[in-house]
Design a protein around this ligand. Structure first.
Ligand SMILES: [Mn+2]
Length: 362
């Protein structure tokens, strides 16, 4: 496995010099925040990002995300033009020796929470989702809510400017059912995956967060059944998933261990995060430890080792702790604690496995 950390570029409050000091850290899952969906990522821009990371002796392990233009998701007549751009970006990333792209195929809302700074009993803060709050809201109000709580941080996908385009966006997706959205994803994958195979770039689709329908918008990455259907569109290891344990795991019906085994060979990226169920469709993002949330993180790590996962893994959202001022979910401290815990689980699982095979402990 390669241990990674998400980093938003030079504007991130967390310097690479700090990330580098986290034990066992291999590199960064990065992005170009100035790129709009549909833009071609130029080789010079990718190389500049890469150089800034390599200067700190870290590697650029993959991209999160190269966003998909709404024309592709909604299947409008401009989609081929934007798929051509996407293909050029894939080729340019490959030319810069970057081989993994995380993406999502969700209309309008990439992720949703109803409280970005829910105060836990110990004084730390977590992101929280409560369906009851969403049920009382108009979709456009979600932007106002997220923006009002973001403490000045720009949250990807929730920029206030996007709200201005919101009604136009809603119109773009009018009549786009779950079936149509799936067909549009099929069209996209059938065009890009042959290129990914040619240049060795693995795609990793991110599941819905939360993994159920909100505001009546279609969602096609909610559970194992959905993901298997997507894997079947193009049966190739280059058409893979981002196993986001906190996204899929927010639905107690999703058995994470079963999902890992069923997606053997198709998990191209892992987001490791725990959630605590607080009621019907209500949960918060807890600390990573199994004892702090509702997921069995040991069992998930064990399953990943059993299926031979050897890609990039990173700690997902952490709590805001120790008075840190950072983007909600993306502070340094709790993610650093989280990754050390994951590394501990991984080492234990590996050594257990070796001992049970009668081999010598490493
Ligand atoms: Mn995730």
């Amino acid at each position: 496995m390669q241990w990674g950390f998400r980093w938003y570029g030079e504007g991130d409050t967390i310097p690479l010099t700090n990330i580098r000091q986290i034990p066992g850290m291999h590199g960064i899952v990065g992005t170009l925040l100035n790129k709009m969906p549909g833009d071609v990522w130029e080789i010079s821009e990718i190389n500049a990002l890469k150089a800034s990371i390599e200067k700190e002796h870290l590697s650029l392990l993959g991209i999160e995300s190269v966003a998909i233009h709404d024309a592709i998701k909604a299947g409008t007549e401009e989609r081929d033009h934007y798929i051509d751009h996407y293909i050029q970006t894939i080729r340019n990333l490959a030319a810069c020796d970057v081989h993994m792209i995380c993406y999502s195929f969700k209309p309008i809302f990439g992720w949703a929470k109803t409280n970005l700074f829910y105060q836990n009993e110990d004084g730390s803060f977590s992101l929280l989702y409560d369906q009851a709050v969403v049920d009382d809201m108009e979709p456009s109000e979600m932007y106002t809510l997220i923006h009002s709580q973001s403490k000045g941080f720009k949250l990807p996908g929730w920029e206030e400017e996007r709200l201005k385009k919101f009604h136009r966006l809603m119109a773009t997706y009018e009549g786009v059912t779950q079936e149509i959205l799936f067909d549009n994803l099929s069209y996209f994958l059938k065009r890009i995956i042959p290129v990914c195979e040619e240049v060795d770039v693995k795609m990793a689709i991110h599941p819905d967060d939360p993994p159920w329908e909100i505001f009546g918008l279609p969602r096609i990455t909610k559970n194992l059944e959905d993901l298997k259907k997507i894997m079947d569109i193009v049966d190739s290891p280059y058409n893979g998933v981002t196993l986001c344990t906190g996204s899929l795991g927010a639905d107690p019906e999703n058995d994470m261990v079963e999902i890992v085994h069923a997606l053997k060979g198709r998990i191209n990226f892992v987001h490791f995060r725990n959630v605590l169920f607080m009621g019907e469709r209500k949960f918060k993002e807890s600390a990573h430890l199994s004892t702090e949330g509702s997921l069995d993180m040991y069992a998930i790590m064990k399953a990943l080792v059993e299926v031979g996962f050897d890609g990039v893994i990173r700690p997902d959202h952490g709590r805001t702790i120790w008075g840190e001022v950072a983007m909600p979910g993306y502070g340094l401290y709790d993610r650093a604690i989280g990754i050390s815990y994951l590394q501990g689980l991984h080492e234990a699982v590996l050594k257990e496995q070796m001992q049970s095979k009668g081999g010598k402990s490493v």
